[in-house]
Design a protein around this ligand. Sequence first.
Ligand code: HEM
Length: 448
Amino acid sequence: MAAIAPGPRGHFLLGNLPDLRTRPAAFLAESQASFGDVVRFSFGGKIAHLVSSPSGIRHVLQTNAKNYTKNTPGVQKLKAILGEGLLTSDGDFWLRQRRIAQPAFHKERLATFMDLIDRHAEALCARWRASAACAEPVEAHREMMALTLTIVGEALFGADVAADAPTVARALDEILHVQDARFTRALPLPTWLPVEENLRFRRAKAALDDVCWRMIRARRASSSGGNDLLAMLMDARDPETGQGMTDDQLRDEVVTLFVSGHETTANALSYALALLGTHPEEQEALALSASSDFPHGVTCAAAYRWAPVDRVVSESLRLYPPGWLFARSPKEDDVIDGFAIPQHSFVFVSAWVVHRKESLWPRASAFEPARFATPPTDRFAYFPFSGGPRQCIGIGFAEMEMHAILSRIARAFRWRSEGPVPAVDPKVTLRPRTEISLRLEERVAASR
Ligand code: HEM
């Protein structure tokens, strides 16, 4: 018979909820360190396990993935924003939507986005040159959010959303804040109550929806169908009924891809800039390689598979994985690493915890891009994009974008962070708790 996994004692009524609510990232990491790779928690009568061995994670995400649904409280709450989009749906519906969207992320299709990424990255560098010239610091997180939003809007939906960046950023902040409060509250507050929190949430959601509906309506109204993801979603037909997506389904996919396609990438880039801004030796090494490998300037095509930037991005994603925690629920009883996992309980998998385990990553808290000169020992010791059938659909897009932007910045500027690497704000995604102010100095202007 499978054993009951060990775990921390909690509050007599609320179990481990107060710790998870107030300090989730630290609490999960400490629990793994104290109790091992399968830790049992209780949350007001519900059982959950944190699984942190590569073998256990492979089991949940890949080998026995069919037994694990996304029917968890976190995903249910996300549905209030994302509806039944790719990230939150399950089963046959999810599979059909994934098959429709997948071709938009194929290699050949990604290559068509390179010019626009180059264009927007260059525009950022031009603005940063002006800031460097008058010794003004730049706010990296705000800048990266606007940049990645603009890129995803144009690449996937053929829309110019640059002017909407501040509205979307504010709406997302608000939504994540309220979601977090809702997720961790012991007694749920009905969402229909007209209290301040619910009203703020509704306003923020309406602002985000408005941007997405505008993109959909503009396309419906235009005579050219376009050749992007939005066109694919609009043209898709159910093989059995021959029907296309309803406007609401379309809206769910657009909001999902719009949100998951920029916020994660912006957080990852922000931490990479902060880490390089506090590790001048790594920054110089990257800049030196960039100027010798790309004497005439960096392009997205050249940076995509460029090893030095890949190592920096991988190491940043190891230390600060934006998708830091995700949950599943087993349809049937299961056993993981010898421990009983009851049906309909919850299983947590945390890249934040696993990427910082000393047994897998010696000197785990140090920023050492060189460690990625050799691939990780186990596929599931490193999974910033998850794995198995529900692996991130946007990996190629995100890598291409991050590599291009970071290589270009590294070649153009020398920068210092004004403070230490910011602490994490672990909400649905892992965000920097404070803004990242960078002081820039332009490298040799002639080498642009
Ligand atoms: C550094 C950037 C990114 C990171 C770290 C990241 C991480 C992740 C993770 C961990 C998941 C799995 C979540 C779960 O299983 O609960 C995921 C799923 C997903 N990601 Fe990403 N992502 C990134 C960029 C992107 C981009 C650029 C797009 C789209 C343009 C995107 C779209 C999605 C979608 C649609 C899903 C759901 C896939 C499915 O279940 O079929 N992501 N991402």
